[in-house]
Ligand binder design. Sequence first.
Ligand code: NAD
Ligand code: UDP
Ligand code: UDP
Length: 321
Amino acid sequence: MSSHLRKRILITGGAGFLGSHLADRMIAAGHDVLVVDNFYTGTKDNIRHLLDNPHFELMRHDVTFPLYVEVDEIFNLACPASPVHYQFDPVQTTKTSVHGAINMLGLAKRVKAKILQSSTSEVYGDPDVHPQTEDYWGHVNCIGIRSCYDEGKRCAETLFFDYWRQHQVRIKVIRIFNTYGPRMHPNDGRVVSNFIVQALKNQPITLFGDGQQTRSFCYCDDLIEGMIRMMNTCDDIVGPINIGNPGEFTIRELAEKVIALTGSSSQLVFRPLPQDDPRQRRPDITLAKEKLGWEPTIQLEQGLKNTINYFDALLSGKLWQ
Ligand code: NAD
Ligand code: UDP
Ligand code: UDP
């Protein structure tokens, strides 16, 4: 690629699940990629195959501290995404979203970079409006155990829009709905990885509550495509735009699909529903279709098969040797 088309791309949280897939796509497209990660939930294993690439660079750094680098585009993904992990050190979670956003926006302002925020469907909380459209303001508890994540992400959105209005920083905000796929951490704690690992080990599948709550699951490759399309839109498209798969399933249906696809002998067991667990969630993706020409292409069953193959290889020690 000629040097004027080669962009310098910063991915915060790039050693994580989604960030590492994005890094792969950006390297394949011929760009220079700098990954910044403190390895809280991410791991070098996710990007090990890129470490020898001359166009790839890895920096251990916590985004709650200032960062001085020269880049053209910033994808701000740093933040633990699984309730188990973001609740382990909730103060650090809020700091990561809020101080991390301030630092990355300050960086974008100084170097005049475009910056994309990976926000979340959690800004809608336990939603009264279904499916969720971007103009819905949400139903979020500000003092609960999920608040460090939800309110941190809401405040980050506020900062993005204020840096845009006040400092003309070129921002892009996407709201990501539950996304799954290879490279989720086996102990990540989110439902898809939990169920697949439990099924492959023939251990009980842990349904929280009655399993009738719903989620809409997007495969990682679809999500990354939407994220890149958003970054490439013209400057007047700032979002927020929902990126997710509108196919909605109960958690029990998900468990049954995983059992069927793995041929597991696992039984379902019921555990208490965590506090503030949203009852339902499904994206309205009209805006993504209209502004990005994007919609998901990978059905749950196919995405689950790919993810099961990955965890099967991981658990049997066939990966990263
Ligand atoms: P992940 O936990 O695999 O990745 C997050 C990465 O951020 C990890 O590599 C972690 O080590 C790093 N990180 C955490 N705190 C940091 C800090 N202070 N400084 C530097 N690095 C730090 O999770 P993921 O699913 O890949 O999520 C990526 C982003 O997408 C997150 O911002 C998350 O909120 C957002 N998101 C994900 C989903 C989903 O379903 N996967 C849904 C909504 C939003
Ligand atoms: N910042 C950074 N890298 C830069 C520029 C700024 O990390 O290249 C951080 C810096 O720590 C600052 C924050 O971003 O606190 C916000 O920057 P801004 O310019 O908006 O505010 P100020 O520097 O006036 O506090
Ligand atoms: N869940 C479950 N068993 C598990 C993990 C999660 O039943 O082992 C439920 C959880 O209570 C929630 C849904 O699955 O209703 C999705 O949980 P996850 O942590 O993946 O994401 P989020 O709640 O942030 O959407």
